[in-house]
Structure formats: C-alpha cells, structure tokens
Ligand binder design. Structure first.
Ligand code: MOS
Length: 726
C-alpha cells in the first residue's frame, strides 16, 4: 500500500482498541523472568558452548604476537579464535570501526580473541591465559585539541553539513542584544540492561543467530558482508531485546565472534559481551562542543542565530550533530548551522537515543534561556514570540505537517504552575536548599519508513501477525496487536504477534523513533490486504465491509470472520512523493524543578513534566513509559552521565556500571507526561508518530535552566556535577 493522502479519512477516529491504554501483552513474560532473551535461549539448539571475548589492552597500534597455547590446554577449552589467526572481517557500512581480525588495533577493547569452553567459567579462566604482545602507536584522544582543524562533516547528501540563510554575521553584529556561548557535552554510554548477546549455530553453510538486535534486516545484511556469505543463508532471531537505545542497531563483536567460534569448534556457541567491555568495545554517543550565537531585538525577536557543533569519531565521519534541531527552531531570518567532525582515536561513536538532538538541546535550549534572562523576558514568552509559522525557517517549500509546540508550552506552564517561578535567580529557598524552575522546548523528527508484515487467520478464531519488527522494550508487540485487532475487528486476545525473525517480512525495525509509526502502518496495510482477500473468498467488497466483533457486516448481510477459514496476506506501507513537501516532527514542552544544596552544590530533581505533541498516541500506557524513560536518560546526561576519557592512552576509564553513573529511582521523585490530543495527517494512515526519542530532547536543558534559576550560576559543561558549582 502506498500512502499518498496528506489528509485522508480518520480511519481510527472511532477506534476501540488503538489509542486505549493497554498493558503490554508480553508484560507477564518479562515480569516473571520467562521471556527468553538471547543468552537464555537454551532450548533452540542443543550442545551450546560458551564464548568469552578478550579485548585489546591498547587503544591503537598492532598486535605483535598472541600465545594461546596455555589457554588452549586449560580445562574444558574447545577452541580459540584469535585476531592474528583471522583475516579482518571488515566493517559493515553501518559501523564506524572494524569489528575483528588482523593485527591492527583501532581502539581499546577491540575484540582480539574469543575463547570457547564447555562452561562460562572455563572460558573466562582460559581467556586470562592468553599472552598478547603489542606495539603501541600514538593517537589523538582529546576533542578540545582537535576543534581548530576539524573539517565540516558530510551531510546525508554527501555535501558539507552547513546551512546558511540570509547574512548571519552582519545581522548578529548589528543586533542590540547578543549571546555568544559555548557548551560541552560528554561521551555517553547506552548502558542498556541486557548486554549484546548471541547464540550462533551452523547447519552446513547456513547460519542462525539468536541475538539481541534492533534492526534485523540491516544486521542480516551486515553479517553477510562481514562473513562474505549469501544473505539468504543467514537467519537472525531477536524476539526480545533488553534495551538498545541505538547500541543494538548494528551487529557487534558478540554476533561476529559467536559465528566464527561456532564454525571453529563445530558446535553452537553463545557469547555475551562482558559488561566491562561494553563502553569501549561497542559504541557510545560522542562528546560535543557547541557554540551558539544569537542576536535579538530588545523586544525579544531573534534576528540572527548560529549553531556550530564539533565532535569526533574514529573514522573521522558520522559524529554527533548537536545543531540538527536548530534548523526547525526559532524563526530568525539570518541563520547558520554547521557540523564539524574530527578524526579522534577513541572507540566507535554511533547512534544513541536521539543522536544529535539529545545533546543539541542541552546547548540550544539553555542558550534560549540565557537570552531570555538577558532580555528580561519570560523564557516561554520568548519561545512563543519566535515560533516559526507553518514553514520551516528558510525553507519556503517545506511545511510543518502538524506542529503544536506553543500548545505544549502553554499547557505545561499551566500544569507545572510556572507562574510560581521567580524570574530572578536565587530567590526561592527552603532552609539549605535553593529552589529553581526551568523550561525547555523539545523537537525530534517524526520519520516513517517502509515496513511490511504478514497477517494470517488461523481458522480457529485467531489472527497471527508476523514481521521482523523488534520490541526493544518499547511496546511494539502491543501496538501491533492493537492495530491488527482494530483493523480486523477481533478482540486483542485473539491476536498473536511474532517479532524479530528475519524469515518474516522486512519491517522498519526499531530506531530513530520511526518504529511505532512505520511498523503499525505496515501491519495496517497487511490487514487491509487480508480484508480484501476475505472478500474475494466470501464474495463481497472487502474495502466496503465493516469488520467488528469477529463479524463482517455488509449492508444488511453479516458473516463470521471464521467463515473465511485459513487465509493469509502480506503487504507493506510505503510513502508517496507528497511527503517531501512536509517536515514531520514531534514536539514537547519540558519542565523541571530542582533543589540545589546551598553549601555542597548537590542537585536534586524535585519534579519533571513533559507535554508532548506526537500525533495519535497508539497506546498511552507504553508511550508514557517511553517518555518518562527518556526523561530519566536526559536527567542522567544533565547531571551525572559521563564516560571519562583517558587522554593519554585513549579509552573510557569508567567502563562498568559502578563507574558510569546513571540515575536511579531515588534521583527521579516525580514525573508526569501529558499527550496533546493531535493527529498528524502526513505521517501514516494511523496519524501517529513515535515518542521514544522526543522524551530525551529537552528535559536536560530544563533541568540545567532550573539549576541556574536556583543558583544564578550558569555552568555550560555537562554533566552538571556538584564540583562545578563550588
Ligand atoms: Mo535510535 S539511537 O536510532 O535506536
């Protein structure tokens, strides 16, 4: 089905299942510990052996020798795959660093061996017996030092990632009120609960991977690429994913080494990346340095805005673009955005929840707060004054599909009791605590991509949905079941959803907050196709009939869905060229109240609120979970999360959950999330957009602005740890 109607009928306006708060259908499996995650799939194949990965002890250079004789002779050892014994497997197009093989070391904890044994403990003990000699090479590990020479990044079209509209320099110079501020954000780790894990088994020249992955089709192609295999001979299965956040968009060393090791020992091999390897072996969100200049009239109208962003990555490309959202925000006639990426010798940077926008808001939305302070204008009023109209600033050919940011801010101000905020900082105090309130706007793109599914009537009153879509803890199972139940007119309990199998039709996968919108639209398309097929079989017009309560109504005639017998249909959703005229985004007003200890500088969050505009909300229960989870992650970025770079040796020092601090329940006392009742006519037939990344775009800035409001001290270097306030 090609979706071509920017308006179209409100197909789901009378929905009884879509849009209703619905507990996750796989929730009981997860809460009882019986959902089989990749490493726990003991029954899929017999005789599983354990692999243990060894990471490089240097950040850059060459392996001179590896002596694994002692390890090989250790109890229970079945075989060892070493980098020196394996030609480089190469780098899939989606990855930024080599995964395995050959003598060259590109980053610390790059996988250099996998020891396979009968038990995990035997594999781990033997891994410690491998003797590796290296030749260390110097590297570039300090982003700050690389900024002056960093080249402009390449945009998606291959052209330099820079956009200039009007004359920024002249307008800024002439503006009566100016801001010029530079912000630093840190390298961050996804730190998902379930580590990257894979069981690999060969049947002749066919490979099956039971793994934990967000993007099945991408990863199947990547495995075919690195193993030089026919993709048709590879199957991935990833029905449950214990968190991804972008860290599982791509195949990592666990999948590659499980496959190589299984081939070597002639048995299925299971590998989980050890927790201490995760920050340096896998990917992270690169640190950024962002300079923002804003020129405004005294009445608050912004006349010039520039946002320049610097980051680094191991291959010198694909950095973290903090300036991404600025093209859509604030209606200044003179604009400049630029994105520079330096080559830096640290582990691979890659996508992490709202790549670009998450750290981008930590700069832009604080800069707006700083400007409001300078102008003596309320920060919400300043944002509303500079809200773009229906066109994307500087792009007259592009309209916003549906943008209700002003409503988000106004409704949030009401609910959060914004009127209580004192504009002058440092005015609210409760004994030793300074109290502050902050606000930020939030923007994140609302993409939808091609997505396919198959639906089948099982002849016994049940409906089965099959797609390679993943559920990374987001609630995909449930919104897919809701969509299918609604479209076919059956109760939710009649629908079974099977996800994550590469033998199923190719979906959008889970990434870039496109999953909910795309995958449900693909399931809808397959259901419409099934309705037509039922019509053909039973002799009626499937498009004209009403499907409800397990019955099909056509005028005065009714049939039972059971009369159709066993029948299946497959289809996909794709999007017509009309979409190019629109900018589809999601918006939020984010609010925070903090208390900062007057003597220690310790910051405690008191409450947070997000008012979100993301079209139809398919399942308010799981959507809320997505938003509040993302708000927690934003709080982490603002206050505590930081991979500490060892600038001499080029690695992340705090590479476990003891050293990499993430928020815990006690850090997040009260969160609220409200959805505006909006519909986006451009996104898909369901008019629903994703929210998984919107929730991390802005709350960190709201917290930072609240800390300023509490203390009168503006720290522009994240995380805002207490030492920076003393
Ligand atoms: Mo997202 S960072 O595209 O999983």
């Amino acid at each position: 089905m090609e979706f071509n109607a920017p308006a179209g009928p409100n197909l789901f306006d009378k929905a009884r299942i879509v849009g209703k708060p619905t507990p996750r259908i796989e929730g009981p499996l997860k809460t009882t510990g019986t959902a089989p995650y990749a490493y726990e799939r003991h029954d899929v194949v017999p005789d599983q052996a354990y692999g243990y990965i060894v990471g490089s002890a240097i950040a850059k250079g060459r392996i001179l020798s590896m002596d694994s004789a002692q390890a090989q002779a250790a109890p229970g050892v079945l075989g060892i795959v070493t980098a020196l014994g394996t030609p480089p497997v190469g780098k899939p197009a989606t990855n930024n660093a080599p995964l395995f093989g050959g003598p060259d070391v590109a980053h610390y904890h790059q996988a250099i061996a996998c020891v396979v044994a009968e038990t995990f403990e035997q594999a781990r003990a033997a891994a410690g017996l491998i003797r590796t000699r290296y030749e260390r090479a110097g590297g570039r590990h300090d982003l700050e030092a690389l900024v002056p020479g960093a080249p402009l990044a390449k945009g998606r079209d291959g052209r330099p990632d820079q956009r200039a509209i009007g004359d920024f320099a002249a307008a800024f110079a002439a503006a009566p009120v100016k801001l010029d501020a530079t912000y630093h954000t840190s390298d961050e780790s996804h730190a998902m609960m379930e580590p990257h894990a894979t069981i690999a088994a060969w049947q002749g020249d066919r490979l099956t991977l039971w793994t934990s992955n967000q993007m099945i089709a991408w990863s199947k192609a990547a495995m075919a690429e690195v193993l030089a295999m026919d993709p048709a001979k590879i199957r991935l299965d990833s029905p449950y994913v214990g968190g991804g956040f972008g860290g599982k968009l791509f195949v990592r060393a666990d999948a590659v080494l499980a496959a190589l090791a299984a081939r070597k020992v002639g048995r299925p091999v299971k590998v989980a990346l050890q927790r201490p390897l995760m920050p340096n072996n896998t990917t992270h969100r690169p640190a950024t340095i962002q300079r923002i200049r804003i020129g405004a009239e005294k009445d608050g109208r912004i006349v010039a805005i520039a946002h320049e962003n610097w980051s680094g990555n191991i291959g010198g490309e694909d950095g973290e673009n903090g300036s991404a959202q600025t093209a859509r925000m604030y209606a200044a006639p003179n604009r400049l955005t630029a994105n520079y990426t330096a080559q830096i010798d640290l582990p691979e940077g890659n996508a992490m929840r709202a790549p670009g926008e998450a750290p981008g808001h930590l700069a832009l939305e604080v800069a707006i707060d700083e400007l409001a302070d300078r102008l003596g204008i309320d920060p919400i009023a300043l944002r509303i004054l500079n809200e773009p109209q229906s066109q994307v600033p500087g792009m007259p050919e592009r309209r916003f599909s549906d943008r209700n940011l002003v409503r988000c801010l106004r409704e949030g101000a009401d609910r959060f009791d914004w009127a209580r905020r004192q504009a002058r900082p440092g005015q609210m105090r409760e004994r030793q605590w300074l109290i502050g309130m902050g606000v930020a706007a939030g923007y994140r793109g609302g993409p939808a991509t091609r997505s396919a599914a198959r639906v089948r009537l099982d002849g016994k009153g049940g409906l089965v949905v099959e797609t390679d879509m993943t559920d990374i803890g987001t609630g995909s199972y449930t919104i897919i079941a809701q969509t299918a139940a609604e479209t076919m007119g059956v109760p939710l309990a009649a629908v079974s959803v099977v996800l994550g199998d590469s033998d199923h039709p190719v979906s959008s996968g889970s990434g870039g907050q496109w999953g909910a919108a795309s995958a449900t639209a693909g399931v809808y398309a397959a259901c419409v196709s099934l309705r037509r097929k039922i019509g053909e079989r039973l002799g009626f017009d499937g498009d004209a009939a009403t499907f409800a309560d397990g019955r099909i109504a056509l005028g005065k005639r009714t049939l039972s869905l059971g009369d159709a017998g066993i029948l299946s249909a497959e289809d996909s959703i794709s999007f017509g060229p009309f979409k190019r005229e629109y900018d589809v985004g999601t918006y939020a007003g984010h609010f925070a109240e903090v208390a900062v200890h007057a003597y220690t500088g310790e910051t405690r969050i008191r409450r947070m609120l997000a008012v979100c505009d993301a079209g139809r909300i398919l399942n308010p229960l799981s959507a809320r979970s997505q938003v509040i989870g993302a708000m927690v992650m934003a709080a982490g970025a603002a206050l505590m999360e930081e991979l500490a770079v060892d600038k001499r040796f080029g690695f992340f020092v705090n590479h476990d959950l003891a050293g990499y601090e993430v928020p815990v329940h006690a850090d997040i006392p009260h969160q609220e999330c409200i959805f505006l009742d909006t519909l986006d006519p451009v996104i898909s037939p369901l008019k629903a957009k994703g929210v998984g990344e919107l929730g991390i775009c802005g709350p960190g800035a709201a917290i930072a602005n609240a800390v300023y409001n509490a203390t009168g001290i503006r720290v522009r270097d994240y995380p805002l740890t207490l030492d920076k306030y003393l």
